[in-house]
Design a protein around this ligand. Structure first.
Ligand SMILES: CC(C)(COP(=O)(O)OP(=O)(O)OC[C@H]1O[C@@H](n2cnc3c(N)ncnc32)[C@H](O)[C@@H]1OP(=O)(O)O)[C@@H](O)C(=O)NCCC(=O)NCCS
Length: 139
């Protein structure tokens, strides 16, 4: 069974393994934990039997009008079971009172988000690849 939780209570960095698939310089599990801690809203999918985190989604907001969803990921072995869709549904519900909810995605994922009620848009982005690990600038 998969449980969907809205807090990190009872979760440790050791339960966050295997994410950021395909990233050349993925963040450590500690950096992953920090980004979850500092997000305005999170939903994590936890496999109850193993207590392993198998999916997560984060959002940042201005607390007034806008929300942005930077991360949604389900571990490869757990994909295709409806977990990603459920994480998005729960996050969109959390964000339902905001005027705008935005995210960036590859074209082949637009259908996935369209099926959840989102609309296609164009966007822009900047990336500082030297900072991809999320390592702290000052310890
Ligand atoms: C995208 C992702 C979160 C989807 O999670 P998931 O748990 O595998 O998705 P679900 O099982 O909930 O799929 C729900 C529906 O979306 C469809 N879907 C899933 N991934 C899709 C994709 N890449 N493109 C198109 N449709 C997709 C599924 O076929 C399913 O459709 P169905 O109900 O008709 O069977 C997951 O593939 C993932 O983590 N990918 C790598 C990271 C990533 O790309 N994140 C998104 C960043 S914008």
């Amino acid at each position: 069974m998969i449980a969907y939780r809205h807090t990190l209570e009872g979760i440790s960095p050791d339960q966050l393994k295997g994410f950021f698939v395909g990233w050349p310089n993925p963040p450590s599990k500690e950096a992953h934990y920090r980004l979850l801690e500092h997000s305005d809203a999170i939903v994590i999918a936890v496999e109850e039997r193993s207590e392993r985190v198998v999916g997560f989604i984060t959002a940042h907001t201005d607390q007034v009008l806008s929300a942005y969803i930077p991360f949604l990921e389900v571990l490869p072995d757990y994909q295709g079971r409806g977990i990603g869709r459920q994480l998005m549904r729960l996050m969109l519900d959390r964000l339902k009172d905001f005027y705008m909810v935005d995210l960036l995605c590859d074209e082949d994922l637009q259908e996935f988000y369209a099926n959840l009620g989102m609309r296609k848009a164009t966007g822009m982005m900047a990336r500082n690849y030297e900072r991809q690990t999320g390592e702290k600038l000052v310890e």
